[in-house]
Design a protein around this ligand. Structure first.
Ligand code: GDP
Ligand code: ZN
Length: 459
Protein backbone atom coordinates (compact mmCIF):
# COMPACT_ATOMS: atom_id res chain seq x y z
CA UNK A 1 0.00 0.00 0.00
CA UNK A 2 1.31 3.43 -0.79
CA UNK A 3 2.10 5.66 2.14
CA UNK A 4 0.21 8.91 2.20
CA UNK A 5 1.61 11.64 4.37
CA UNK A 6 -0.75 13.19 6.81
CA UNK A 7 -1.89 16.77 6.33
CA UNK A 8 -3.64 19.13 8.69
CA UNK A 9 -5.21 22.57 8.51
CA UNK A 10 -7.76 24.81 10.14
CA UNK A 11 -10.97 24.25 8.19
CA UNK A 12 -13.04 27.07 9.63
CA UNK A 13 -12.77 30.77 8.92
CA UNK A 14 -10.11 32.83 10.59
CA UNK A 15 -11.31 35.02 13.41
CA UNK A 16 -13.12 34.07 16.58
CA UNK A 17 -16.29 32.01 16.35
CA UNK A 18 -18.31 29.48 18.30
CA UNK A 19 -16.38 26.46 17.19
CA UNK A 20 -13.31 25.83 15.13
CA UNK A 21 -12.40 22.71 13.20
CA UNK A 22 -8.97 21.29 12.55
CA UNK A 23 -9.02 18.74 9.80
CA UNK A 24 -6.43 15.98 9.58
CA UNK A 25 -6.15 13.52 6.69
CA UNK A 26 -3.75 10.74 5.75
CA UNK A 27 -2.42 7.35 6.78
CA UNK A 28 -1.49 8.47 10.26
CA UNK A 29 -4.34 10.89 10.92
CA UNK A 30 -5.89 8.77 13.63
CA UNK A 31 -2.60 7.78 15.28
CA UNK A 32 -1.45 11.37 15.40
CA UNK A 33 -4.61 12.66 17.03
CA UNK A 34 -4.55 9.69 19.41
CA UNK A 35 -1.27 11.00 20.80
CA UNK A 36 -2.92 14.23 21.90
CA UNK A 37 -6.51 13.17 22.65
CA UNK A 38 -7.78 11.91 26.02
CA UNK A 39 -11.31 10.58 25.99
CA UNK A 40 -13.46 11.58 28.93
CA UNK A 41 -15.85 8.65 28.92
CA UNK A 42 -13.71 5.70 27.92
CA UNK A 43 -10.18 4.42 27.73
CA UNK A 44 -10.55 3.57 24.09
CA UNK A 45 -7.96 4.92 21.75
CA UNK A 46 -9.30 6.55 18.59
CA UNK A 47 -7.73 3.80 16.46
CA UNK A 48 -10.17 1.42 18.15
CA UNK A 49 -13.36 3.44 17.87
CA UNK A 50 -15.87 2.81 15.13
CA UNK A 51 -15.65 4.85 11.96
CA UNK A 52 -17.96 7.84 11.73
CA UNK A 53 -18.24 8.38 15.46
CA UNK A 54 -17.87 11.53 17.47
CA UNK A 55 -15.70 11.28 20.55
CA UNK A 56 -15.73 13.62 23.49
CA UNK A 57 -12.57 14.47 25.38
CA UNK A 58 -9.62 16.80 25.72
CA UNK A 59 -6.67 17.79 23.62
CA UNK A 60 -3.59 17.54 25.79
CA UNK A 61 -0.05 18.70 25.25
CA UNK A 62 2.46 17.10 27.63
CA UNK A 63 -0.38 16.31 30.04
CA UNK A 64 -1.60 19.89 29.98
CA UNK A 65 -5.25 20.21 28.89
CA UNK A 66 -5.50 22.62 25.98
CA UNK A 67 -9.21 22.44 25.16
CA UNK A 68 -12.37 20.42 25.47
CA UNK A 69 -13.18 18.92 22.09
CA UNK A 70 -15.35 16.63 19.99
CA UNK A 71 -13.32 14.51 17.62
CA UNK A 72 -14.89 12.81 14.60
CA UNK A 73 -13.14 9.82 13.15
CA UNK A 74 -13.82 8.76 9.57
CA UNK A 75 -11.94 5.83 8.15
CA UNK A 76 -10.97 5.86 4.52
CA UNK A 77 -12.18 5.29 1.91
CA UNK A 78 -15.52 6.55 3.21
CA UNK A 79 -14.37 10.05 4.01
CA UNK A 80 -14.11 13.39 2.24
CA UNK A 81 -10.58 12.73 0.99
CA UNK A 82 -10.91 8.97 0.76
CA UNK A 83 -8.19 8.67 3.41
CA UNK A 84 -8.49 8.38 7.19
CA UNK A 85 -9.84 11.73 8.32
CA UNK A 86 -10.08 13.14 11.81
CA UNK A 87 -11.79 16.43 12.54
CA UNK A 88 -11.20 18.11 15.86
CA UNK A 89 -14.07 20.39 16.89
CA UNK A 90 -12.69 22.77 19.44
CA UNK A 91 -13.65 26.15 20.83
CA UNK A 92 -13.52 28.79 18.16
CA UNK A 93 -10.94 31.26 19.41
CA UNK A 94 -8.03 31.80 17.06
CA UNK A 95 -5.46 31.19 19.82
CA UNK A 96 -6.87 27.82 20.80
CA UNK A 97 -7.41 26.70 17.19
CA UNK A 98 -3.88 27.63 16.20
CA UNK A 99 -2.48 26.01 19.31
CA UNK A 100 -4.20 22.70 18.53
CA UNK A 101 -3.05 22.80 14.91
CA UNK A 102 0.47 23.42 16.14
CA UNK A 103 0.28 20.37 18.42
CA UNK A 104 -1.08 18.23 15.59
CA UNK A 105 1.81 19.36 13.39
CA UNK A 106 4.32 18.73 16.15
CA UNK A 107 3.05 15.17 16.39
CA UNK A 108 3.71 14.27 12.79
CA UNK A 109 1.30 15.96 10.38
CA UNK A 110 2.35 18.62 7.92
CA UNK A 111 0.47 21.76 6.97
CA UNK A 112 -1.94 21.17 4.10
CA UNK A 113 -1.62 23.30 1.03
CA UNK A 114 -4.68 25.29 -0.05
CA UNK A 115 -7.16 22.90 -1.63
CA UNK A 116 -5.13 19.83 -0.77
CA UNK A 117 -7.98 17.99 0.96
CA UNK A 118 -10.19 18.36 -2.09
CA UNK A 119 -7.29 17.56 -4.40
CA UNK A 120 -6.84 14.29 -2.53
CA UNK A 121 -10.57 13.66 -2.81
CA UNK A 122 -10.20 14.08 -6.57
CA UNK A 123 -7.04 11.99 -6.86
CA UNK A 124 -8.63 9.25 -4.76
CA UNK A 125 -11.69 9.18 -6.99
CA UNK A 126 -14.09 10.55 -4.39
CA UNK A 127 -15.22 13.21 -6.84
CA UNK A 128 -14.41 14.24 -10.37
CA UNK A 129 -12.85 17.53 -11.35
CA UNK A 130 -16.09 19.34 -12.09
CA UNK A 131 -17.33 18.39 -8.65
CA UNK A 132 -14.10 19.50 -7.01
CA UNK A 133 -14.39 22.86 -8.73
CA UNK A 134 -17.97 23.08 -7.53
CA UNK A 135 -16.79 22.78 -3.91
CA UNK A 136 -15.03 26.09 -4.26
CA UNK A 137 -17.98 27.63 -6.04
CA UNK A 138 -20.32 26.59 -3.27
CA UNK A 139 -18.04 28.22 -0.72
CA UNK A 140 -17.73 31.40 -2.76
CA UNK A 141 -21.36 31.61 -3.87
CA UNK A 142 -22.50 35.21 -3.71
CA UNK A 143 -26.19 34.58 -4.27
CA UNK A 144 -28.78 31.84 -4.44
CA UNK A 145 -28.39 31.21 -8.13
CA UNK A 146 -24.66 30.72 -7.76
CA UNK A 147 -25.26 28.42 -4.84
CA UNK A 148 -27.88 26.28 -6.51
CA UNK A 149 -25.92 25.88 -9.73
CA UNK A 150 -22.78 24.93 -7.79
CA UNK A 151 -24.63 22.46 -5.61
CA UNK A 152 -26.04 20.81 -8.70
CA UNK A 153 -22.58 20.54 -10.13
CA UNK A 154 -21.29 19.16 -6.84
CA UNK A 155 -24.07 16.59 -6.89
CA UNK A 156 -22.84 15.45 -10.25
CA UNK A 157 -25.35 16.90 -12.69
CA UNK A 158 -22.66 18.35 -14.91
CA UNK A 159 -20.69 15.13 -14.68
CA UNK A 160 -23.73 13.08 -15.65
CA UNK A 161 -24.42 15.25 -18.65
CA UNK A 162 -20.81 15.11 -19.78
CA UNK A 163 -20.61 11.38 -19.26
CA UNK A 164 -23.75 10.78 -21.29
CA UNK A 165 -22.35 12.83 -24.18
CA UNK A 166 -19.06 10.97 -23.99
CA UNK A 167 -20.85 7.64 -23.99
CA UNK A 168 -22.59 8.48 -27.25
CA UNK A 169 -19.29 9.52 -28.78
CA UNK A 170 -17.27 6.52 -27.65
CA UNK A 171 -19.98 4.16 -28.81
CA UNK A 172 -19.66 5.57 -32.30
CA UNK A 173 -15.89 5.48 -32.27
CA UNK A 174 -16.08 1.84 -31.27
CA UNK A 175 -18.60 1.12 -33.97
CA UNK A 176 -16.51 2.72 -36.69
CA UNK A 177 -13.35 0.95 -35.54
CA UNK A 178 -14.99 -2.44 -35.44
CA UNK A 179 -16.70 -1.94 -38.78
CA UNK A 180 -13.38 -1.00 -40.35
CA UNK A 181 -11.68 -4.00 -38.72
CA UNK A 182 -14.34 -6.46 -39.61
CA UNK A 183 -16.22 -5.24 -42.67
CA UNK A 184 -17.57 -8.71 -43.40
CA UNK A 185 -19.62 -8.84 -40.24
CA UNK A 186 -20.30 -5.23 -39.39
CA UNK A 187 -21.82 -3.18 -42.15
CA UNK A 188 -21.28 0.52 -42.24
CA UNK A 189 -23.91 1.03 -44.96
CA UNK A 190 -26.34 3.76 -44.02
CA UNK A 191 -24.35 4.48 -40.92
CA UNK A 192 -23.44 8.04 -41.80
CA UNK A 193 -27.09 9.12 -41.70
CA UNK A 194 -27.43 7.73 -38.25
CA UNK A 195 -24.18 9.32 -37.18
CA UNK A 196 -25.24 12.72 -38.56
CA UNK A 197 -28.35 12.64 -36.43
CA UNK A 198 -26.42 11.82 -33.29
CA UNK A 199 -23.82 14.48 -34.05
CA UNK A 200 -26.50 17.13 -34.48
CA UNK A 201 -27.94 16.16 -31.13
CA UNK A 202 -24.60 16.27 -29.37
CA UNK A 203 -23.75 19.55 -31.06
CA UNK A 204 -27.07 21.05 -29.97
CA UNK A 205 -26.51 20.07 -26.37
CA UNK A 206 -23.00 21.50 -26.42
CA UNK A 207 -24.27 24.77 -27.88
CA UNK A 208 -26.85 25.05 -25.19
CA UNK A 209 -24.33 24.53 -22.43
CA UNK A 210 -21.98 27.06 -23.99
CA UNK A 211 -24.73 29.65 -24.45
CA UNK A 212 -25.88 29.26 -20.89
CA UNK A 213 -22.38 29.97 -19.71
CA UNK A 214 -22.51 33.75 -20.13
CA UNK A 215 -25.81 34.17 -18.37
CA UNK A 216 -24.77 31.83 -15.62
CA UNK A 217 -21.44 33.55 -15.21
CA UNK A 218 -23.05 36.97 -14.93
CA UNK A 219 -25.37 35.93 -12.17
CA UNK A 220 -22.63 34.04 -10.42
CA UNK A 221 -19.96 36.72 -10.56
CA UNK A 222 -21.84 39.91 -11.18
CA UNK A 223 -22.53 42.10 -14.19
CA UNK A 224 -19.29 43.53 -15.56
CA UNK A 225 -20.21 47.17 -15.87
CA UNK A 226 -18.46 50.17 -17.27
CA UNK A 227 -19.64 53.75 -16.79
CA UNK A 228 -19.08 55.99 -19.80
CA UNK A 229 -19.97 59.60 -20.43
CA UNK A 230 -18.42 62.84 -21.51
CA UNK A 231 -16.62 65.10 -19.03
CA UNK A 232 -18.89 66.51 -16.35
CA UNK A 233 -21.86 64.34 -17.23
CA UNK A 234 -21.84 62.94 -13.69
CA UNK A 235 -19.94 59.66 -13.82
CA UNK A 236 -18.05 60.16 -10.59
CA UNK A 237 -21.22 61.29 -8.91
CA UNK A 238 -22.99 58.16 -10.08
CA UNK A 239 -20.14 56.05 -8.84
CA UNK A 240 -20.21 57.72 -5.47
CA UNK A 241 -23.94 57.28 -5.32
CA UNK A 242 -23.57 53.58 -6.05
CA UNK A 243 -20.69 53.07 -3.68
CA UNK A 244 -22.15 55.29 -0.99
CA UNK A 245 -25.55 53.67 -1.09
CA UNK A 246 -26.39 52.45 2.34
CA UNK A 247 -27.56 49.24 0.81
CA UNK A 248 -24.43 48.80 -1.22
CA UNK A 249 -21.79 46.50 0.11
CA UNK A 250 -18.41 47.21 -1.34
CA UNK A 251 -16.01 44.32 -1.60
CA UNK A 252 -12.72 43.90 -3.31
CA UNK A 253 -12.79 41.22 -5.89
CA UNK A 254 -10.03 38.78 -5.60
CA UNK A 255 -9.15 37.24 -8.84
CA UNK A 256 -6.18 36.31 -10.77
CA UNK A 257 -7.24 36.65 -14.35
CA UNK A 258 -8.60 40.16 -14.24
CA UNK A 259 -6.47 42.77 -15.89
CA UNK A 260 -8.67 45.70 -15.03
CA UNK A 261 -9.55 46.84 -11.59
CA UNK A 262 -13.04 45.91 -10.60
CA UNK A 263 -15.12 46.92 -7.69
CA UNK A 264 -18.02 44.72 -6.73
CA UNK A 265 -21.18 46.25 -5.38
CA UNK A 266 -24.36 44.59 -4.32
CA UNK A 267 -27.51 46.59 -4.99
CA UNK A 268 -30.29 44.57 -3.40
CA UNK A 269 -28.94 41.36 -4.83
CA UNK A 270 -27.93 42.85 -8.18
CA UNK A 271 -24.19 42.41 -8.35
CA UNK A 272 -22.26 44.91 -10.43
CA UNK A 273 -18.57 44.63 -11.02
CA UNK A 274 -17.58 48.13 -11.97
CA UNK A 275 -14.63 48.03 -14.31
CA UNK A 276 -11.85 50.53 -14.01
CA UNK A 277 -13.53 52.63 -11.40
CA UNK A 278 -10.09 53.86 -10.44
CA UNK A 279 -9.93 55.51 -13.84
CA UNK A 280 -13.14 57.32 -13.17
CA UNK A 281 -12.17 58.41 -9.71
CA UNK A 282 -8.56 59.36 -10.16
CA UNK A 283 -8.29 60.68 -13.63
CA UNK A 284 -11.82 62.02 -13.86
CA UNK A 285 -13.00 61.71 -17.38
CA UNK A 286 -12.47 58.32 -18.79
CA UNK A 287 -13.14 58.86 -22.44
CA UNK A 288 -11.08 62.01 -22.55
CA UNK A 289 -8.26 60.69 -20.43
CA UNK A 290 -7.97 57.21 -21.75
CA UNK A 291 -9.03 57.86 -25.30
CA UNK A 292 -11.77 56.41 -27.39
CA UNK A 293 -9.94 53.19 -28.11
CA UNK A 294 -9.51 52.29 -24.50
CA UNK A 295 -13.11 53.24 -23.76
CA UNK A 296 -14.17 50.99 -26.57
CA UNK A 297 -12.00 48.22 -25.24
CA UNK A 298 -13.56 48.59 -21.80
CA UNK A 299 -17.02 48.56 -23.32
CA UNK A 300 -16.17 45.39 -25.18
CA UNK A 301 -15.03 43.67 -22.03
CA UNK A 302 -18.18 44.57 -20.19
CA UNK A 303 -21.62 43.00 -20.01
CA UNK A 304 -23.24 46.37 -19.50
CA UNK A 305 -22.43 49.98 -20.29
CA UNK A 306 -24.04 52.68 -18.21
CA UNK A 307 -23.97 55.75 -20.38
CA UNK A 308 -24.31 58.93 -18.35
CA UNK A 309 -25.65 61.87 -20.36
CA UNK A 310 -26.11 65.36 -19.01
CA UNK A 311 -29.80 65.87 -19.68
CA UNK A 312 -29.70 69.52 -18.77
CA UNK A 313 -27.82 70.25 -21.98
CA UNK A 314 -28.28 69.36 -25.62
CA UNK A 315 -26.54 66.22 -26.84
CA UNK A 316 -23.23 67.06 -28.45
CA UNK A 317 -20.56 65.38 -30.54
CA UNK A 318 -19.04 63.71 -27.51
CA UNK A 319 -22.30 62.07 -26.61
CA UNK A 320 -22.79 60.92 -30.16
CA UNK A 321 -19.35 59.45 -30.26
CA UNK A 322 -20.11 57.39 -27.19
CA UNK A 323 -23.48 56.31 -28.53
CA UNK A 324 -21.76 55.13 -31.63
CA UNK A 325 -19.15 53.33 -29.58
CA UNK A 326 -21.73 51.30 -27.67
CA UNK A 327 -24.12 50.52 -30.50
CA UNK A 328 -23.66 46.80 -30.20
CA UNK A 329 -23.50 46.69 -26.44
CA UNK A 330 -26.09 46.05 -23.82
CA UNK A 331 -26.42 49.56 -22.40
CA UNK A 332 -28.59 51.73 -20.21
CA UNK A 333 -28.76 55.49 -20.75
CA UNK A 334 -29.05 57.69 -17.70
CA UNK A 335 -30.46 61.14 -18.34
CA UNK A 336 -28.56 62.64 -15.46
CA UNK A 337 -29.04 65.99 -13.74
CA UNK A 338 -32.77 65.72 -14.22
CA UNK A 339 -33.09 67.84 -11.07
CA UNK A 340 -31.88 70.75 -13.20
CA UNK A 341 -34.66 70.22 -15.68
CA UNK A 342 -34.32 68.10 -18.76
CA UNK A 343 -33.58 69.37 -22.22
CA UNK A 344 -33.17 65.91 -23.55
CA UNK A 345 -35.68 63.39 -22.33
CA UNK A 346 -37.21 60.04 -23.03
CA UNK A 347 -38.68 61.35 -26.26
CA UNK A 348 -35.13 61.47 -27.59
CA UNK A 349 -34.94 57.71 -27.24
CA UNK A 350 -34.27 57.16 -30.92
CA UNK A 351 -31.12 59.22 -30.59
CA UNK A 352 -29.97 56.70 -28.03
CA UNK A 353 -30.22 53.86 -30.45
CA UNK A 354 -33.30 52.56 -28.65
CA UNK A 355 -31.41 51.65 -25.53
CA UNK A 356 -33.40 51.82 -22.31
CA UNK A 357 -33.43 55.36 -20.96
CA UNK A 358 -33.85 56.37 -17.33
CA UNK A 359 -34.43 59.86 -16.02
CA UNK A 360 -31.85 60.17 -13.31
CA UNK A 361 -30.18 62.40 -10.81
CA UNK A 362 -26.91 61.40 -9.25
CA UNK A 363 -27.40 64.30 -6.90
CA UNK A 364 -30.77 63.34 -5.46
CA UNK A 365 -30.65 59.61 -6.15
CA UNK A 366 -33.73 59.84 -8.34
CA UNK A 367 -33.95 56.92 -10.73
CA UNK A 368 -31.66 54.61 -8.79
CA UNK A 369 -34.43 52.11 -8.05
CA UNK A 370 -35.35 52.10 -11.69
CA UNK A 371 -31.72 51.48 -12.64
CA UNK A 372 -31.58 48.50 -10.32
CA UNK A 373 -34.80 47.09 -11.68
CA UNK A 374 -33.67 47.57 -15.24
CA UNK A 375 -30.45 45.67 -14.60
CA UNK A 376 -32.41 42.96 -12.90
CA UNK A 377 -34.67 42.67 -15.95
CA UNK A 378 -31.80 42.59 -18.39
CA UNK A 379 -29.59 40.10 -16.64
CA UNK A 380 -31.47 38.13 -14.07
CA UNK A 381 -35.16 37.47 -14.61
CA UNK A 382 -34.93 38.03 -18.32
CA UNK A 383 -32.05 35.68 -18.95
CA UNK A 384 -31.38 33.23 -16.23
CA UNK A 385 -34.21 30.97 -15.35
CA UNK A 386 -34.17 29.22 -12.04
CA UNK A 387 -35.41 26.04 -13.61
CA UNK A 388 -34.06 22.76 -14.78
CA UNK A 389 -31.57 24.29 -17.14
CA UNK A 390 -28.00 23.22 -16.49
CA UNK A 391 -25.51 26.04 -16.06
CA UNK A 392 -21.80 25.62 -16.45
CA UNK A 393 -20.23 28.69 -14.93
CA UNK A 394 -16.60 27.67 -14.88
CA UNK A 395 -14.43 29.21 -17.60
CA UNK A 396 -12.12 26.21 -17.82
CA UNK A 397 -15.06 23.92 -18.40
CA UNK A 398 -16.49 26.24 -21.03
CA UNK A 399 -13.18 26.17 -22.90
CA UNK A 400 -13.34 22.40 -23.06
CA UNK A 401 -16.95 22.53 -24.25
CA UNK A 402 -15.99 24.85 -27.10
CA UNK A 403 -13.11 22.61 -28.12
CA UNK A 404 -15.38 19.59 -28.05
CA UNK A 405 -17.96 21.40 -30.14
CA UNK A 406 -15.34 22.37 -32.73
CA UNK A 407 -14.28 18.74 -33.01
CA UNK A 408 -17.87 17.57 -33.41
CA UNK A 409 -18.36 20.15 -36.15
CA UNK A 410 -15.31 18.75 -37.92
CA UNK A 411 -16.93 15.32 -37.90
CA UNK A 412 -20.16 16.80 -39.22
CA UNK A 413 -18.19 18.32 -42.09
CA UNK A 414 -16.40 15.05 -42.81
CA UNK A 415 -19.72 13.23 -42.97
CA UNK A 416 -21.21 15.86 -45.25
CA UNK A 417 -18.21 15.61 -47.55
CA UNK A 418 -18.35 11.83 -47.62
CA UNK A 419 -14.88 11.47 -46.21
CA UNK A 420 -13.68 7.98 -45.32
CA UNK A 421 -14.90 6.77 -41.92
CA UNK A 422 -11.49 6.69 -40.28
CA UNK A 423 -11.49 10.47 -40.55
CA UNK A 424 -14.49 10.57 -38.26
CA UNK A 425 -12.94 8.74 -35.41
CA UNK A 426 -9.98 11.08 -35.04
CA UNK A 427 -12.20 14.10 -34.41
CA UNK A 428 -14.66 12.09 -32.38
CA UNK A 429 -11.77 11.02 -30.18
CA UNK A 430 -10.75 14.66 -29.76
CA UNK A 431 -14.27 15.61 -28.69
CA UNK A 432 -14.26 12.70 -26.28
CA UNK A 433 -10.96 13.84 -24.79
CA UNK A 434 -12.02 17.48 -24.46
CA UNK A 435 -15.19 16.51 -22.65
CA UNK A 436 -13.10 14.29 -20.42
CA UNK A 437 -11.14 17.33 -19.30
CA UNK A 438 -14.27 18.75 -17.70
CA UNK A 439 -14.57 15.84 -15.33
CA UNK A 440 -10.82 15.54 -14.94
CA UNK A 441 -9.97 12.67 -17.21
CA UNK A 442 -6.89 13.18 -19.33
CA UNK A 443 -5.83 16.40 -17.64
CA UNK A 444 -2.21 17.19 -16.96
CA UNK A 445 -0.84 17.30 -13.41
CA UNK A 446 0.07 20.95 -13.87
CA UNK A 447 -3.51 21.86 -14.56
CA UNK A 448 -4.69 19.91 -11.54
CA UNK A 449 -2.19 21.74 -9.36
CA UNK A 450 -3.22 25.06 -10.84
CA UNK A 451 -6.89 24.44 -10.18
CA UNK A 452 -6.43 23.40 -6.57
CA UNK A 453 -3.99 26.18 -5.78
CA UNK A 454 -6.91 28.60 -6.04
CA UNK A 455 -8.72 26.91 -3.18
CA UNK A 456 -8.73 28.28 0.31
CA UNK A 457 -6.90 26.74 3.25
CA UNK A 458 -8.47 23.76 4.91
CA UNK A 459 -10.57 22.75 1.94
P1 GDP B 1 -17.87 63.39 -14.44
O1 GDP B 1 -16.88 64.31 -15.02
O2 GDP B 1 -18.69 62.73 -15.49
O3 GDP B 1 -17.27 62.40 -13.49
O4 GDP B 1 -18.89 64.30 -13.62
P2 GDP B 1 -18.94 64.57 -12.05
O5 GDP B 1 -19.60 63.44 -11.34
O6 GDP B 1 -17.59 64.96 -11.57
O7 GDP B 1 -19.96 65.77 -12.04
C1 GDP B 1 -19.70 67.00 -12.69
C2 GDP B 1 -20.47 68.08 -11.99
O8 GDP B 1 -21.87 67.85 -12.14
C3 GDP B 1 -20.23 68.12 -10.49
O9 GDP B 1 -20.21 69.48 -10.08
C4 GDP B 1 -21.44 67.41 -9.90
O10 GDP B 1 -21.75 67.86 -8.59
C5 GDP B 1 -22.51 67.78 -10.88
N1 GDP B 1 -23.57 66.75 -10.96
C6 GDP B 1 -23.41 65.45 -11.20
N2 GDP B 1 -24.61 64.82 -11.22
C7 GDP B 1 -25.54 65.76 -10.97
C8 GDP B 1 -26.96 65.76 -10.85
O11 GDP B 1 -27.64 64.74 -11.00
N3 GDP B 1 -27.56 66.94 -10.58
C9 GDP B 1 -26.87 68.10 -10.44
N4 GDP B 1 -27.55 69.20 -10.18
N5 GDP B 1 -25.54 68.14 -10.53
C10 GDP B 1 -24.87 67.00 -10.80
ZN1 ZN C 1 -15.53 62.21 -12.92
Amino acid sequence: MKVVDTIAAIATASGNSGIGIIRVSGDEAIEIVDKIFKSVNSDKKLVNVKSHTINYGHIVDNDKVIDEVLVSVMNGPHSYTGEDVVEINCHGGMIVIRKILEIVLKNGARTAEPGEFTKRAFLNGRMDLSQAEAVMDVINAKNEFALSSSIEQLNGRVSEKIKSLRKKIIYNIAFIESALDDPEHISIDGYSDKLSKILEEVNGELSRLINNFDNGRIVKEGVKTVILGKPNAGKSSLLNLLLGEERAIVTDIEGTTRDTLEESINLNGVFLNLIDTAGIRDSEDVVEQIGVNKAKELAEKSDLVIFVADASKELDENDKEIINLIKDKQAIVLLNKSDLGTIINEKNVSEFDNKPVITFSAKTGDGLDELENKIRDLFYEGKVKYNDELYITNARQKESLINAKNSIEEVIKSVENDMPEDFYSIDLMDAYTYLGQIIGESVEDDLVNEIFSKFCMGK
